[in-house]
Design a protein around this ligand. Structure first.
Ligand SMILES: *Cc1c(COP(=O)(O)O)cnc(C)c1O
Length: 220
């Protein structure tokens, strides 16, 4: 358990102050999460609705929960009021469902647009060239507030990773020209245990780190 605090200290020591660390706590026990919490971490990432809801109920209420997984429309309702940021808005019918449920709950949801920057067919996310149309449509939804972009890049060499991060950063900068009341480019969420240093060099403002904090996962 002491390990978790040591790992956090190591990561945070070299992280520039403008980069937010999200501790990816999927599959981790409440005890492990509390260990990170005691070290000062308040932002945690989960990729399953049921798991996030259970942890939300069991753990301190000042935790900010980030949903980072593939989100089925029939589970959206369960998340309402429990997330600080939904990072994986990756398709139009999900946007419509989020809009509807947020409206019912009378809240405005903060979201990131997930971009399939490697254009991998098997992966979720908006294809970069579809972004302008998607954004034009999403600006009409009154209960969603887009705060930035998220990407899960393809597995590759450091040089290949860097190109994907650079492409993401180029979109992030370009879309700043489109900012409006419910559409801002403040957060660029990219970088995981294996590649977050490169991501930070290329403009990431938010890294999502699991393994390097908590150790290897058994089942995910
Ligand atoms: C699991 C996961 C992470 C963290 O991965 P690690 O390699 O354990 O750091 C980051 N982002 C998403 C979307 C994930 O599902």
């Amino acid at each position: 358990m002491q390990d978790i605090q040591d790992h956090l200290r190591e990561i945070q020591q070299e992280l520039p102050p403008h980069v937010q660390l999200i501790a990816v706590s999927k599959t981790r026990t409440p005890e492990e999460i509390l260990e990170a919490y005691t070290a000062g971490i308040r932002d945690f990432g989960e990729n399953k609705v049921q798991e996030l809801v259970e942890k939300y109920e069991a753990l301190p209420k000042d935790i900010r929960w980030h949903f980072i997984g593939s989100l089925q429309t029939n589970k959206v309702r369960k998340l309402m009021g429990k997330t600080f940021l939904i990072q994986s808005l990756d398709r139009w019918n999900l946007a419509l469902e989020l809009e509807k449920r947020a409206g019912d709950a009378e809240l405005v949801l903060d979201v990131l647009l997930e971009v399939n920057i490697g254009e991998e067919p098997q992966k979720g996310g908006i294809i970069p060239s579809d972004l302008p149309d998607f954004i034009e449509k999403i600006k009409t939804l009154k209960h969603l507030r887009v705060r930035g972009l998220m990407a899960i890049i393809p597995q590759g060499s450091e040089a290949e990773n860097r190109v994907h991060f650079q492409n993401m950063n180029a979109w992030f900068e370009k879309l700043k020209n489109e900012e409006s009341e419910r559409f801002t480019m403040e957060i660029l969420s990219m970088g995981m245990s294996m590649d977050y240093k490169t991501a930070v060099e290329e403009g990431s403002t938010m890294i999502r780190v699991g393994t390097s904090i908590f150790g290897q996962r058994n089942n995910a």
